[in-house]
Write a protein that binds this ligand. Structure first.
Ligand SMILES: [Cu+2]
Length: 120
């Protein structure tokens, strides 16, 4: 099982950030990180942009060795939530397809509000 370090996604909808809390400054919102044990690199990207609130959408994750060699046959668990609200993802996204070249399709992702989301 591959566990990536936390990837932060800042979702700013047309409504702007919800008034309750603003995200911390200096947040790393790059979508490419080493995995927790630093054995692999993980890069995620949404397949539909801009990301719509409260709509299911898909992401792609690409796993490589530090050398750039793609990794096939990985088991990937998707989890996440909003650190400032102490709630998780509203859905249980999962990898549904291996796309080749180290890429995997993640379906069932949904953000229920704008703000700071983290996935691991
Ligand atoms: Cu929230």
């Amino acid at each position: 099982m591959v566990r990536t370090s936390l990837l932060s996604v800042l979702l700013v909808s047309a409504l702007g950030l919800s008034a309750c809390m603003s995200p911390p400054t200096g947040l790393d919102v790059t979508l490419k990180h080493p995995t927790a044990q630093k054995h692999y690199q993980a890069e995620i990207k949404p397949l539909d942009e801009p990301i719509a609130l409260n709509k299911l959408h898909a992401w792609e994750i690409r796993l490589t060795q530090p050398s750039g060699q793609p990794i096939s046959g990985a088991k990937i668990a998707v989890d996440g939530g909003m650190p400032q609200h102490h709630h998780g993802l509203p859905t249980q996204p999962r990898v549904t397809k291996e796309l080749g070249d180290g890429r995997y399709l993640i379906e069932g992702m949904k953000f229920s509000m704008s703000g700071w989301w983290e996935s691991s």
